[in-house]
Design a protein around this ligand. Structure first.
Ligand code: GLU
Length: 496
């Protein structure tokens, strides 16, 4: 009996070019590549395509790691296991030389001016401006001497190149429209086309998952694979992500860089979940954990049509993860945002002062921690949690916003004085200061004063939160604690 050879382990890769930030479209490509490998017991490798030295600054590369680290977890793609394409340029050039030696590539001495002329003439005559193969079958003569040249692929000219794409289906390219592309530039550096093929081959990549703007490149790259006698990988070209209006997602629509979503207060689990479901249908369930996604992801259910980015849906997924999130982790995320964005919620938006914000957050860490369970139930983002928590950032006497100040007229200040006394007497120590007891006392106080609850709650809120809006009043009082609450009340109260 002949034994079936073991199936080749699946290797995918994510190959971002450092462009200054990680676009959410690229992040989704990273995620799908990673999930496909995981779901099939394979591996997904990271390759930073940093051959364009002008753009590939350290800062741009850091931003990729920062974005991926946040979204995927820092351990998924450690920097020291990452392939940096620029390290492989000698190998790329050697492969180009092999192709020259085997006659699958040739030197082209056409100057840029000559090529411009050729293209303009083709355009005027209504022909395609592709390279016309003028050096394809021409050996350099003595007049070429040390003249600069590029190395071009001697591409097949007849027939078709077929890509059986996991998402796009069967795609055919007529070989006579794919011209003799450049493999090596005149300065000896590889082009993207050559570098990607050599690196994918050397890294053992079996499946290339990327944006469908690269579909035609798959046709061109397959010609290079063929010329080299290498097996081409399988392909899955993902449709673009559109904005809510159907146009290509851009900054005009809102955040597009992964880091911007973090700054908006989206949690990485929520972003991960939302991106997995963006263009991959798996039942009606909106919520899917990282684990389940890594178990069940497949390419068959990737939609062929462009996905629409829905910011409101992302927020609703975020709400789900916020509610379930660990309080200490949320406090850490709040601290990160206050520092990163230079927020000083205590100033009611009058001027940002990161130091002040961070200082008060640290000074009142316990207060915040006890607030987190309340905030995460009502806020759609971490940023909203911070805004909601503004009252806890401030020190006495707290600033009171103008509208709230209007409520603090003489009558109400007297009322607060009586309430201060009633609360202080009835709840005479910290142990008595519970949300339930606070509520009961305020309600019975309102009854005794013959006032509706709102008539007491409004000035009370103004005095302890400084604003018209805040989380639930009893929660606010509880989180501030007995001493701080009573002191804030006393600050605004007038004794009769
Ligand atoms: N570096 C290319 C890009 O960022 C991707 C190359 C590829 O996936 O083949 O668009």
């Amino acid at each position: 009996m002949t034994q079936k050879p073991p199936a080749k382990p699946i290797v995918t890769r994510f190959a971002p070019s450092p462009t200054g930030y990680l676009h959410v479209g690229n992040a989704r490509t990273a995620l799908f590549s990673y999930l496909y490998a995981k779901a099939n017991g394979g591996v997904c490798k990271l390759r930073v395509e940093d051959t364009d030295k002008a753009r590939s600054t350290d800062d741009a590369i850091d931003k990729i790691f920062e974005g991926l680290g946040w979204l995927m977890g820092a351990d998924v793609w450690p920097r020291d296991e990452t392939v940096f394409q620029s390290k492989n340029v000698t190998r790329h050039a050697a492969v180009a030389q092999e192709m020259l030696d085997s006659g699958n590539a040739y030197k082209c001495f056409a100057t840029p001016e000559e090529l411009d002329k050729m293209r303009n003439a083709a355009r005027t005559e209504g022909r395609s401006p592709r390279y016309d193969g003028r050096w394809r079958d021409r050996a350099p003569g003595p007049e070429q001497g040390n003249a600069p040249f590029v190395v071009r692929l001697k591409a097949e000219q007849d027939g078709v190149t077929v890509i059986n794409d996991h998402v796009q289906g069967r795609v055919e390219f007529r070989n006579d429209v794919l011209d003799d592309l450049v493999l090596l530039r005149s300065d000896g550096t590889p082009t993207y086309m050559l570098a990607v093929v050599v690196d994918d081959h050397d890294m053992g990549v079996t499946h290339v998952i990327r944006g469908d703007d690269h579909l035609i490149n798959a046709g061109r790259q397959n010609q290079i694979y063929k010329a080299l006698g290498w097996d081409a990988p399988e392909y899955a070209h993902l449709p673009l992500i559109h904005g809510p209006d159907g146009a290509k997602l851009s900054k005009r629509h809102g955040a597009v860089a992964v880091a911007d979503f973090r700054d908006m207060g989206i949690l990485s689990d929520a972003m991960f979940n939302y991106l997995v479901r963006l263009g991959w249908s798996s039942g009606d369930e909106e919520i899917i954990s990282r684990k389940d996604a890594a178990r069940s992801f497949d390419l068959d259910r990737v939609n062929k049509a462009a996905a629409r980015f829905d910011y409101a849906k992302l927020e609703s997924v975020n709400r789900h993860y916020l509610k379930a999130a660990d309080d200490k982790m949320l406090l850490a995320e709040m601290t990160y945002l206050v520092g990163k964005l230079g927020l000083d919620p205590g100033s009611f938006g009058d001027g940002a002062n990161a130091d002040a914000g961070l200082k008060s957050l640290r000074a009142h860490e316990q207060r915040f921690l006890s607030l987190v369970p309340v905030l995460k139930e009502r806020s759609p983002t971490v940023l909203e949690m911070i805004k909601d928590a503004a009252f806890a950032f401030v020190d006495r006497p707290i600033p009171i916003e103008p509208k709230a100040l209007k409520l603090l007229n003489d009558d109400n200040r007297s009322l607060l004085g009586r309430l201060h006394e009633a609360l202080g007497d009835a709840l005479s120590n910290d142990a008595a200061w519970t949300t339930e007891a606070i509520e009961a006392q305020i309600r019975s106080f309102a009854e005794a004063e013959d006032l509706g609850f709102g008539k007491v709650a409004q000035p009370l809120r103004a005095s302890v939160a400084g604003r018209m809006q805040s989380p639930g009043l009893f929660d606010v009082l509880y989180c501030l604690g007995r001493a701080e609450s009573l002191a804030r009340l006393a600050d605004q109260a007038k004794s009769d």
